[in-house]
Design a protein around this ligand. Structure first.
Ligand code: RIB
Ligand code: CA
Length: 307
């Protein structure tokens, strides 16, 4: 099997934790670097969480701190979903120390060393954008950029915008313009990955180690979403990783995406042209539908292999 060299850029974050464990468990992915930004909670918490998540999985990719804030302005945490600590109050053993340096430099170093690297962005896109904006020539070594970001209908942090896109729209615009394949898992896709009590019970019935147990406790600690009638909550970030592991679970559509970087109520809105009305050339592959049962089966299959 040819393993895909990956960088995961993250703001853990309850769903980030599950996404990281999924990626670290998957033999097809060679996670070489985990870079961290603020976002769901402050960088002090997201960095500590990323170290703990990687450590609990018994994996050793370097974890490198990055952006405390977006290119412009400041991150606004989303503690209503993730809790003050970012992991819904689930305490994990401390992980290994963060690697020295800053995320954008570490990303560029790996791009110089590896001819084909997949960038997985599951938080605000600041670190990835800083790396590519300061050395654009390295974009040619990016195999694919897979992002959990955006929405073509309602937002989740404002009526217009999804949280990652809203947190740093300028950085998302940089990635969409970098000339490399960009795949988007938007809110409409992740809404199909609803975590429900039955699905949590099925995952627990599989059995596993400390990572599965922690993932279940973390997912169980996220409040059910009123948007889904309190039936559960969408599992956003693992959808981006699942695309790399099982594309058969998805249907896709090539689209043009424009990011609103203005100051107003639409800031961070991703205007997704699904019907070629703008005449603009597609710049992204939209993940449109998900085989949800297959997704949760994949999650259980891999999480149950972790320590
Ligand atoms: O809108 C959902 C996204 O924002 C997810 O990545 C979640 O972790 C938050 O970062
Ligand atoms: Ca995230």
């Amino acid at each position: 099997m040819t393993r895909r060299v990956c960088i995961i850029d993250t703001d853990p974050g309850t769903d980030d934790a599950v996404a990281l464990w999924l990626a670290l468990a998957a033999p097809a992915l060679d996670v070489r670097l985990v870079t961290v930004a603020g976002g769901n909670v402050g960088l002090d918490h997201t960095l500590r969480n990323a170290r703990a998540i990687v450590g609990l999985a018994g994996r050793t990719p370097p974890v490198v701190a990055g952006a405390e804030g977006p290119l412009l302005g400041a991150f606004t945490p989303e503690t209503r979903v993730h809790g003050a600590d970012g992991l819904a109050g689930v305490a994990l053993p401390h992980g290994p120390a963060a690697a020295p340096g800053i995320a954008a430099d570490a990303i560029r170093d790996l791009l110089r060393a590896e001819p084909r690297v997949t960038l997985v962005g599951i938080g605000p896109a600041t670190n990835l954008a800083l790396a590519l904006a300061t050395e654009p020539a390295l974009a040619g070594r990016v195999e694919e950029i897979v992002l959990m970001t955006g929405a073509w209908a309602e937002g989740n942090i404002t009526p217009s915008a999804e949280f990652n896109a809203w947190s740093d729209p300028e950085s998302l615009a940089v990635l969409l313009a970098c000339g490399r394949p960009v795949t988007l898992a938007t809110l409409e896709l992740t809404a199909q990955a609803l975590v429900t009590p039955d699905r949590l019970a099925a995952l627990r019935a599989r059995g596993g180690g400390a990572c599965l147990d922690a993932a279940l406790r973390i997912m169980g600690g996220v409040p059910a979403s009123r948007r889904f009638g309190h039936r559960g909550h969408p599992l956003h970030d693992p959808c981006a990783v699942a695309w790399l592991l099982a594309p058969r679970l998805f249907t896709t559509r090539d689209v043009h995406v424009h990011v609103d970087c203005g100051p107003g109520a639409a800031r961070g809105r991703t205007v997704v042209d699904r019907w070629e009305r703008s005449g603009a050339r597609p710049n992204a592959r939209l993940l449109e539908t998900l085989d949800a049962d297959g997704f949760f089966a994949l999650l259980g299959e891999f999480l149950s292999t972790l320590p």
